[in-house]
Design a protein around this ligand. Structure first.
Ligand SMILES: C[S@@+](CC[C@H](N)C(=O)[O-])C[C@H]1O[C@@H](n2cnc3c(N)ncnc32)[C@H](O)[C@@H]1O
Length: 450
């Protein structure tokens, strides 16, 4: 590694990403052992990768003269080097004494640094400077640019909040081109530069509208208006994202919140579309954004059993969503609709490993509506409170939808659908039972029969 890495947070973040990739690449290799502070390759010369990148100088070591072992060792060296090159580029140098290329660092210095791998430095206890962003812009293989977490990011953290460089209504590319050109002309130079530096999957005929089509995020879930942002538009998509994007109508900002803890060096990802099964997702992303998704959810193609479980679950999620949205069922069989909400929440929890983002918030709001429509303020207030908690995580306290849920938790009666279908479940808000254990409370909440 020339020059060696610093202790600064960008180098630490990128090294953490590299170490994670190596761990995951060799997860089933018994010759690669994860020690508390480094990765040990149990082959000739025992090369080591420390968890602290600033200590690392060199990976491989001397030639032993034993051909079979050297070939095995070469394999590891080549693989580790190609992962490192993909991340650190020209900072990674090869050396081979047989071809007269030599160690960059004196051997003593290398040995000394390897000794220091055993003991981690004192942890950095400095509080994060609020002016330093949570992310680093980096090249992500097969995806172009992307954002990496510069630090460990706790769940519920606001990672980014940006005003759009410009907004445009959806329209055919030929009509959009002059509209975007005019808006672009009116922008300050720096904003023009930021817009023009964004990725474009549809370059040929309509360069400006191509940038819009590749990058625009809707300003609101069903809004025909899309916004273009300098940093948010560098965030890549994942079908199992770790962050949530939301348009705040009051402040006219797009925000990005972490919906689960994100480790330093991990890529920050959002969902570009509504989800669904693999084929639907892939064709939506191709059609709307012009790319083939290579996220971990889509890579399940190489793990057919897991993929089948995920596909079946996503189909179930789709069917439950439809059943919950059926107004006749909500009128005639509200208990079934409520149980469907419960099953949906469980399926979402399994599919997204407990980090569902706004999907949970929506499902709880559905359950709220069923109870409110039949006059049950007690259950409605609990569901609104849960929806509120979920919204806080993915949109923050200041989002209008979060505030709406908070108000409904206090006064479910204020909802337009209150008592609209019947008052057969009539209950006051104050009658929420206390003293039940968690299981019994859930049974009460979803009106589950024994
Ligand atoms: C809004 S841009 C994101 C930033 C972009 N990677 C860049 O280099 O500027 C969207 C483009 O990024 C790439 N991309 C985003 N998510 C991806 C994914 N999951 N798999 C493959 N490519 C992806 C695609 O080229 C897509 O059209």
């Amino acid at each position: 590694m020339v020059p060696r890495l610093s202790k600064g947070d960008v180098d630490r973040c990128v090294w953490a990403r590299f170490i994670d990739q190596i761990k995951s690449y060799y997860k089933d290799d018994h010759q690669v052992e994860i020690k508390p502070n480094y990765i040990l390759f149990k082959v000739i010369c025992q090369p080591i990768l420390p968890f602290e990148g600033h200590k690392f100088l060199s990976f491989s070591s001397n030639i032993s003269g034993r051909v079979a072992e050297e070939v095995e060792m070469e394999d590891y060296v080549n693989t580790v080097r190609s992962h490192a090159r993909a991340i650190f580029g020209s900072r990674i140098h090869g050396w081979n004494e047989m071809h007269d290329s030599w160690w960059h660092y004196p051997l003593d210095e290398v040995k000394e640094s390897i000794k220091s791998y055993e003991q981690l430095d004192e942890p950095d206890t400095a509080i994060k400077d609020p002016n330093v962003p949570w992310f680093v812009v980096w090249d992500i293989p097969a995806k172009g640019k992307g954002l990496l977490a510069r630090f460990d990011i706790p769940k519920g953290t606001r990672i980014l909040c940006e005003k759009p460089l410009l907004t445009v209504k959806s329209m055919p590319s030929s009509e959009l081109e002059p509209v975007v050109a005019a808006k672009l002309k009116a922008l300050p130079r720096e904003s023009q530069r930021q817009f023009l530096s964004l990725h474009n999957n549809f370059k040929r005929k309509h360069p400006f509208s191509g940038i819009v089509k590749t990058n625009a995020l809707p300003c609101g879930s069903s809004s025909p208006v899309g916004g273009i942002y300098p940093n948010i538009c560098l965030i890549n998509h994942s079908c199992v994202p770790n962050s949530h994007n939301n348009w705040n109508d009051d402040t006219e900002h797009e925000t990005i919140y972490a919906i689960r803890p994100i480790k330093m060096g991990e890529e920050i990802t959002i969902p570009y579309g509504p989800g669904g099964r693999l084929e639907q997702r892939q064709s939506f992303l191709k059609e709307s954004f012009g790319f083939t998704c290579t996220c971990s959810g889509c890579n399940l193609i190489s793990a057919p059993d897991e993929l089948m479980v995920s596909e079946t679950r996503r189909e179930r999620i789709e069917n439950l969503d439809k059943a919950i949205g059926d107004p006749f069922a909500m009128f005639l069989r509200p208990s079934d609709t409520l149980l469907n909400c419960r099953e949906l929440l469980q399926a979402l929890d399994e599919e997204y490993n407990g980090h569902t983002g706004a999907l949970d918030a929506r499902a709880y709001y559905d359950a709220f509506q069923v109870c409110a429509a039949h006059g049950d303020q007690a259950r409605a207030s609990v569901f609104a409170e849960r929806s509120y908690q979920a919204r806080v995580i993915c949109e923050g306290e200041e989002s209008p939808e979060t505030q709406r849920m908070k108000a409904l938790a206090l006064r479910p009666k204020d909802h337009a659908s209150f008592g609209l279908l019947s008052m057969t479940w009539k209950l006051k808000r104050q009658t929420v039972p206390t003293g039940l254990d968690a299981m019994k409370f859930e049974k009460w909440l979803f009106r589950e029969r024994d």
